[in-house]
Design a protein around this ligand. Structure first.
Ligand code: PMP
Length: 341
């Protein structure tokens, strides 16, 4: 038995119960571990879907160039699909993203242009503006725009949602999703609420992002928006993939709490997750007062820890940001971190 190509390994990821890191919560928590996808993230699903829809709509033609602004995971999915489908890829990303992510995209044949993080989206140097300009200048190109391309949330409505419903035999009561473009939370949330409107859908955001305030007040005022470190979640605008009618609550998590929780998931569960998985589980702990004994929570773990070895999984990086406390120099020299972590 063999598969035709790597794209056929996308989806059907495992749902795994959390034990030590769910201690203190009143109910079971199951993690949908999306790093089992070939690009090591949930984004493979929507990357392929966005390409397929663009092909069907005639927006992407044979030999074309795929252009996108991506923090890495979407680029990874697009790059893999492009290899098998015969397209070229040009990605723009920000200097906030880990170097590993950029190198991986290059290894998969993509051209990557790194742009500054701390500029407004409208600034000509921003990664949004650069990708839009390249899409205009490059002949036979397709600008993916994962933020406003609704094939993004459709992938999760068609795949991730049904998988979670079947894996929990319809017993899921809460869905918790760290959120960036909004594709995962909106697509899975819509599917699950159509099955059972009582299922609670919680989106997890970073402090510094605009999304939570927008959800709570409808205001687009970005006075409280500031740079944060967590990768892949939060935005300084509201992407069209958000369908707020399927989201019940938004919770914000600090960079520090998300990082510490990701390290705990790796050490205590043996599930080597990325940064945003820590934020998502941290949010559940922050909201534990809303949970009851018989609830069944599903949390999405978006990507793999290997992309963050130079960041949250590096003690020095954690120390420099005050995310890790070292009591004695011996702890650093001996490579031992605070035993609590
Ligand atoms: N976590 C990580 C690591 C991601 O790359 C993304 C995608 N931006 C998300 C969470 C959020 O997923 P979505 O864009 O579907 O909201």
């Amino acid at each position: 038995m063999w598969l035709n190509n790597i794209l056929e390994t996308i989806g059907n990821t495992p749902l795994i119960e959390l034990h030590k890191t769910a201690k203190g919560l009143p109910c079971k928590v199951l993690a949908k571990v999306e790093y089992f996808n070939p690009g090591n993230s949930v984004k493979d699903r929507m990357a392929v879907k966005m390409i397929e829809v663009a092909e069907q709509e005639g927006k992407l033609k044979p030999g074309g160039t795929i252009i996108e602004g991506t923090s890495g995971n979407t680029g990874m999915g697009l790059a893999i699909a492009a290899i098998l489908k015969g397209y070229k890829c040009i990605f723009t990303t920000t200097d906030k993203q880990s170097k590993e992510k950029v190198d991986i995209l290059k290894a998969l044949g993509a051209e990557v242009i790194v742009c500054p993080t701390n500029v407004e989206p409208e600034d000509p140097q921003s990664y949004y503006s650069v990708s839009k300009r390249l899409a205009v200048e490059t002949p036979n190109s397709f600008y993916v725009n994962q933020y406003d391309n609704l094939a993004n949330r459709l992938a999760h409505y068609e795949q991730t949602g049904p998988e979670i419903w079947e894996q929990t035999e319809g017993k899921i009561t809460h869905l918790v999703v760290a959120s960036g473009t909004g594709g995962t939370v909106s697509g899975v949330g819509k599917f699950l609420k159509e099955k059972n409107q009582d299922i609670q859908v919680w989106a997890v955001d970073s402090y510094g992002s605009l999304l939570t305030k927008y959800f709570r007040t409808g205001e687009l005022d970005n006075k409280e928006v500031y740079p944060y470190i967590t990768e892949g979640i939060g935005e300084d605008f509201v992407p069209q993939n958000y369908d707020m009618q399927y989201i019940d609550y938004f919770e914000q998590v600090t960079d520090k709490d998300g990082a510490i929780m990701a390290r705990r998931i790796a050490k205590e569960e043996g599930i080597f997750v990325g940064y945003s998985a820590g934020s998502a589980l941290q949010a559940i702990h922050q909201l534990k007062g809303k949970l009851k004994k018989d609830d069944l929570v599903v949390v999405v773990f978006h990507d793999h820890g290997s992309r963050y070895v130079g960041k949250i999984y590096n003690d020095q990086w954690m120390l420099e940001r005050g995310f890790l406390e070292v009591k004695t120099l011996k702890d650093i020299i001996g490579g031992r971190s605070n035993s609590k972590l």
